[in-house]
Design a protein around this ligand. Structure first.
Ligand code: AMP
Length: 551
C-alpha cells in the first residue's frame, strides 16, 4: 500500500520500539500520507491533511505523536508525568479504534506511555481517576474532554504539546462547534496541531484559522475512493421494493455475494426489517445503529473484525442528514443542540460509515440508496481498505434513478472514471425464489419490527452492563457474547433455511454447489466449544446483585 511513496519506515527516523511494532503489524512501507506527513510532523510543523478513507491516516499522526512523546520522556529535563497529546474524535467508535491503533504502535514501549480513551466510557466519574494519573495521550470527543476540563479532572494549559483533530470535518457537523471553541480556551498558546479531514470545506477553513499556525496542507488524493482496479462499483435496477428483498435473499443464500458484507439501510426500522427478513432464512446478521449502547456497538465491530459475523445491517444516521450546504449544516447543528424528537434516544456521537476500520469487508451493499454523494463515499469506503479489493453494490428503484445519477455524476467527476457499472443479473432466473421471499416478507410485520427493536435494545442494554463489568473480570468469555441471535424466533419457518435444488437457477447450479460445499466445510466461528453455554445465560445468579442486570 505504498501508493508510490519511496520512503521506508526505517528512513523516517522512528524509535526502534515503534519500528518493531510497525514490523509486527506487517506494514512493509509507509502509505502516501504517512510518507508525506510524518517527516513534516517530526520537524514540528502543523499539518492539515486531506486523505482518502482507509489511507492509513491514523498512523500518519499517531507515529509522530508517539515518537515525540518517547523523545520527550527520554530527555533528562522532563521528569514530570503530564498530558502532552490530545486526540479529538467525533464518535465513540472512532475513539476506541484510535486508541487500539495507538496501543498497537506503542506495544513495545507500553510501560513508558499511558494512553487513555475517554470517549467510549459512559461513566463520567469513573474516568476521573484515569485522568488524574495524567496519561501521556487522551483520546476523546470534544464534549467529553470539555466536561472534564470544566470539572478540573483534566488540565492541558501547561502541558499540551500536540493536538490532533481526526475526521475534523465531522467534528463540526456533529454539532461540536461550540464545545470545540470552549475547549480551545483551555489549551496553551503554543502547541503543534494535526488536522485530518476527508474534505477541506468551509468548516475546515474556520477550524484551520483557530488551531493551526502556518500549516502545511497535504491534498494527497483527488479521489476519495480507490480506483476500479481495487474497488468494483455496481448498480442493480430493481423494479419494486419486493425485488430488492428477493435479490438480497438470492445474493446471500446462493452465495453469490461472499465474505463479509455490510448492508446499509436508511433508518433504524429498516435495520430490523432486514434482520428479521434474513432471520427467516436462517441467515444471521448483527444490527448496528445509534440506539444501541456504545459498549455493544464497539463489541460488534470488534467481533466482526475478528471474523465472528458475516453480515452487519447498519444505518449511517449522521450521514443521512449530512449537510449539502453551509445553511443546511447550521440548521442541523441547531437541531442537534436542541435535541429534536427524532434525535432523542439516539447517540449523537454514533458513526459507523466514517473513519471506522471495518476489516476485510468484501462488499458493501447499499440496500437503500445513500442520501448524498458523501454518504455514498463513506459507505463504499468501508470496503477495499488498505490494499484489499472490494465491491460496492447499490440497489436502485425506478424512483431513485435521478438521485443515483447525481451521485454517479459526482463520482465520475471526482475520479475521472465511469463508476457504477450495471450488475449483470437476470431477475427471471431467481423468480422461483419469489414465493419464499414473499412468505418471509409477510412475516415481518410492523408489529414484529417494533417488538424486535425493543427486544434488541433491552438485550443490548443488559449486554452493555455486562460488557462493562462481568467481562472486565472475565475477558476470555468476551468472545462468547454474540449479537446476531434471532430476534423473533417465533416467526422463523425452518423450511426456508435451505434452497431446494430445483429452485436454484440452472446456470448457477454447479458453481453454487461448489461454493455451498466450501462454506459448509469452513471452520465454524466463534470458537464456542460444544456444550459450552453463553456466559450471559448463566450470568444471572452471579452478578445480579452487583449490577441489577440479571435476566
Ligand atoms: P486508517 O485510514 O488509519 O483507518 O487505516 C486503514 C487501514 O490501513 C488500517 O487497517 C491500518 O491498519 C492499515 N494501514 C495503515 N498503515 C499501513 C501501512 N503502512 N501498510 C499497510 N497497512 C496500513
Amino acid at each position: 500500500m505504498a501508493d508510490g511513496a519511496e520512503l521506508s519506515f526505517a528512513q523516517l527516523g522512528l524509535d526502534p520500539r515503534i519500528l518493531q511494532a510497525v514490523c509486527e503489524l506487517g506494514w512493509a512501507q509507509p502509505t502516501l500520507i504517512q510518507a508525506r506527513a510524518i517527516p513534516l510532523a517530526l520537524e514540528g510543523k502543523d499539518v492539515l491533511a486531506r486523505a482518502k478513507t482507509g489511507s492509513g491516516k491514523t498512523a500518519a499522526y499517531a507515529l509522530p505523536l508517539l515518537q515525540h512523546l518517547l523523545r520527550r520522556k527520554a530527555s533528562p529535563t522532563v521528569a514530570e508525568q503530564a498530558v502532552r497529546g490530545l486526540i479529538l474524535v467525533p464518535t465513540k467508535e472512532l475513539g476506541r479504534q484510535v486508541l487500539q491503533m495507538l496501543r498497537q504502535l506503542a506495544a513495545y514501549c507500553a510501560r513508558d506511555l499511558r494512553l487513555v480513551d475517554i470517549s467510549g466510557q459512559a461513566d463520567f466519574a469513573a474516568q476521573r481517576p484515569l485522568l488524574m494519573e495524567k496519561p501521556d495521550v487522551v483520546v476523546g470527543t470534544p464534549s467529553r474532554v470539555l466536561a472534564h476540563l470544566q470539572a478540573q479532572n483534566l488540565s492541558l494549559r501547561d502541558s499540551l504539546e500536540i493536538l490532533v483533530m481526526d475526521e475534523a470535518d465531522l467534528l463540526f457537523s456533529f454539532g461540536f462547534e461550540e464545545d470545540l471553541k470552549s475547549l480551545l480556551c483551555h489549551l496553551p498558546q503554543i502547541y503543534q496541531s494535526f488536522l485530518m479531514s476527508a474534505t477541506l470545506n468551509e468548516d475546515i477553513q474556520a477550524l484551520k484559522e483557530l488551531v493551526l499556525h502556518n500549516p502545511v496542507t497535504l491534498r494527497l488524493q483527488e479521489s476519495q475512493l480507490p480506483d476500479s482496479s481495487q474497488l468494483s462499483q455496481f448498480q442493480i435496477q430493481c423494479e419494486t421494493e419486493e425485488d430488492k428483498f428477493l435479490l438480497l435473499y438470492a445474493l446471500l443464500k446462493l452465495a453469490l455475494l461472499r465474505g463479509k458484507v455490510i448492508l446499509f439501510v436508511g433508518s433504524i426500522g429498516r435495520c430490523y426489517r432486514l434482520k428479521l427478513f434474513l432471520e427467516q432464512f436462517s441467515i444471521p446478521a448483527c444490527v448496528l445503529n445509534s440506539e444501541l449502547p456504545v459498549q455493544s456497538r464497539c463489541h460488534i465491530i470488534s467481533q466482526f473484525n475478528r471474523g465472528f459475523y458475516d453480515y452487519i445491517v447498519a444505518t449511517d444516521e449522521h450521514d443521512l442528514a449530512e449537510p449539502e450546504g453551509p445553511r443546511e449544516g447550521e440548521r442541523k447543528r441547531r437541531r442537534r443542540r436542541k435535541g429534536s424528537k427524532a434525535e432523542k434516544g439516539r447517540d449523537q456521537e454514533y458513526g459507523v460509515s466514517r473513519g471506522i476500520d471495518f476489516q476485510n469487508v468484501s462488499a458493501v451493499l447499499n440496500f437503500d440508496l445513500p442520501p448524498s454523494v458523501e454518504s455514498y463515499i463513506h459507505r463504499a469506503g468501508r470496503t477495499a481498505r488498505a490494499d484489499n479489493p472490494g465491491t460496492a453494490l447499490t440497489l436502485v428503484l425506478p424512483s431513485e434513478r435521478g438521485p443515483l445519477a447525481k451521485i454517479e455524476a459526482a463520482l465520475t467527476a471526482e475520479s475521472g472514471e465511469t463508476t457504477l457499472q450495471p450488475y449483470q443479473f437476470r431477475m427471471e432466473e431467481i423468480e422461483g425464489l419469489r414465493y419464499r421471499c414473499q412468505d418471509a416478507m409477510r412475516s415481518v410485520t410492523k408489529q414484529a419490527i417494533k417488538e424486535a427493536r425493543l427486544r434488541e435494545i433491552k438485550e443490548e442494554l443488559l449486554n452493555s452492563e455486562k460488557l462493562k463489568t462481568y467481562f472486565e473480570d472475565n475477558p476470555r468469555d468476551l468472545g462468547l457474547l454474540r449479537h446476531d441471535q434471532p430476534l423473533h424466533p417465533a416467526i422463523v419457518k425452518p423450511h426456508l433455511r435451505n434452497v431446494p435444488e430445483y429452485l436454484v437457477p440452472p446456470t448457477l447450479r454447479a458453481v453454487i454447489q461448489r461454493r455451498l460445499g466450501q462454506r459448509r466445510r469452513r471452520k465454524p466461528l466463534p470458537p464456542r466449544a460444544k456444550g459450552q453455554r453463553n456466559p450471559l445465560r448463566s450470568f444471572k445468579g452471579t452478578r445480579k446483585q452487583k449490577t441489577g442486570a440479571g435476566r
